[in-house]
Design a protein around this ligand. Structure first.
Ligand code: ARG
Length: 466
């Protein structure tokens, strides 16, 4: 039989006296998008058939025919030889119909003791597990890129901001390691999510379990599931795992959007803190001088669709009665797009981060503007016996003077500084330099270059444990 003959006859339609309206058929089908899970559907079916054989429902010859047929179908799909059939509604029925076309009667036995309800729940979990296993090493690659950049720029000074106003000098490496911490938490969230994804619903059948003497532990072992769902009604209707993944995705993209925003700002002509390599940028069709940071801009933009997917899935599940409802077919497109968006954005960032070029002179000069060492002067005066509030006042006067005269605090003469407070002596200049300012924040979590290097060592050790 040719691969496409399965288009002709709809499976399981004996109950119906008229055929489904053509529009309704198209409207209710999911093959247009769920064919993406063909590998997992076949993998699940082979494991199910092996289990049926183990418990004596299929014989070895039947099992061999099923495995040969499904393997053939898999390679036909991969060779582009299959045209999916709307009539067969979804990936599960398409494959079953192709199988029956290939091996005949035995193909019809495959669905014994299962339902599409537990089949689809199993397929999505297998699919998502595969995707998570592809995403995790990419997250590690991104983290390694961040560590590399942080190590390279451990002593590079830049202005640290609050309210996007110059606050205190920080080291560039310290700033990058803040990003690293966010990604580390995202990775932990994803690892944790994987535990619940890796639960097997197969055996729940339509909703109540099955009358056949199935061996769920055996199927779970074959499919590499760590756990088996404990309740059949929950097994077929739980989509928390997809919500959890999408919540991870939304949080991760939110983080990438923050980095993106900074990269866009920093690479602008106004900041010039960094250069993004040309391969991550595009030109303008009209303005020849332009080099647009398209990759971070696009990732920042893509964050919105992932938030949307999270909201879609939460709303999809809201108020759904037990057990399976057709609503659940709507889980796939948001989930698939969340996966694609995470993978694309992650790949772009993992490639881009270690390739960032930092303009150290520019970041240094920027840190000198805006009185970024004002807090250091205040702390210095506290060391000389002033109460912090009083020292804050003194420094305020010095800054006001600097705004008028155009001098940074470190550029004022000792006499000028002493006119604000006579406790100031010439040791003040050590604390007013940018280097002195960052070096003084020398504790766990602080911005001092040696703390950044220590954090890099810890980060590398953590990476080794993954
Ligand atoms: N295509 C369906 C879905 O994605 C498969 C399960 C269909 N089950 C049913 N009882 N109609 O949810």
């Amino acid at each position: 039989m040719s691969s496409n003959q399965h288009n002709q006859e709809k499976l399981s339609s004996a109950r119906f006296s008229e055929s489904t309206d053509a529009f309704v058929e198209e409207f209710t089908a999911s093959i247009q998008f769920d064919h993406r899970m063909y590998k997992q559907d076949i993998q699940g079916s082979i494991a199910h058939a092996k289990m049926l054989t183990k418990v004596g429902i299929l014989d070895n010859k039947e099992l061999q025919d099923i495995i040969t047929g499904l393997t053939q179908i898999e390679s036909d799909i991969e060779a582009g030889k299959i045209t999916w059939s709307i009539k067969q509604e979804d990936i599960h029925m398409n494959i079953e119909s192709l199988l029956t076309g290939l091996i005949g009667f035995t193909g019809k036995k495959l669905h014994t003791g299962r339902s599409r309800n537990d089949q689809v729940a199993t397929d999505i979990r297998l699919y998502l597990r595969d995707e998570i296993d592809a995403i995790l090493p990419e997250l590690v690659r991104l983290q390694k890129g961040m560590i590399e950049l942080a190590e390279r720029e451990a002593a590079t000074i830049m202005p640290g901001f609050t309210h996007l106003q110059t606050a205190q000098p920080v080291t560039f490496g310290h700033h990058i390691l803040a990003w690293f911490e966010m990604i580390k938490r995202d990775m932990e969230r994803l690892q944790d999510c994987r535990k619940r994804v890796n639960t097997m619903p197969l055996g729940s059948a339509a909703l109540a379990g099955t009358t056949y003497p199935i061996d769920r532990a055996y199927t779970a072992e074959l499919l590499g599931f760590d756990r088996i769902s404990e309740n059949s009604l929950d097994g077929v209707s739980d989509r928390d795992f997809a919500i959890e993944f999408t919540a991870f995705a939304a949080t991760f993209l939110m983080h990438l959007s923050r980095f993106s925003e900074e990269l866009v700002l920093w690479s602008s002509a106004q900041f010039q803190f960094i250069d993004l390599p040309d391969r991550f940028c595009t030109g303008s069709s009209i303005m020849p001088q332009k080099k647009n940071p398209d990759v971070p801009e696009l990732v920042r933009g893509k964050t919105g669709r992932v938030y949307g997917h999270l909201m879609s899935l939460l709303t999809l599940m809201k108020s759904q009665p037990l057990a399976y409802n057709k609503d659940n077919q709507e889980d796939k497109e948001p989930l698939f797009d969340a996966v694609d968006t995470v993978r694309g954005s992650l790949r772009a960032f993992a490639d881009m981060i270690p390739a960032i070029i930092v303009n150290r002179d520019v970041t240094y000069a920027a840190a000198k503007r805006g009185f970024s060492t004002a807090t250091d002067l205040a702390d210095y005066l506290v060391g000389k016996g002033l109460a912090f509030r009083d020292s804050h006042e003194v420094v305020g006067l010095a800054v006001a003077h600097g705004i008028k005269s155009g001098e940074d605090l470190s550029e004022m003469s000792l006499e000028t500084l002493q006119s604000f407070c006579d406790k100031i002596t010439d040791d003040v200049f050590e604390v007013l330099t940018l280097e002195g300012s960052v070096a003084a924040r020398d504790h766990l979590g602080g911005t001092a270059p040696n703390q950044v290097r220590a954090a890099v060592v810890r980060a590398k050790d953590y990476i080794k444990t993954l």
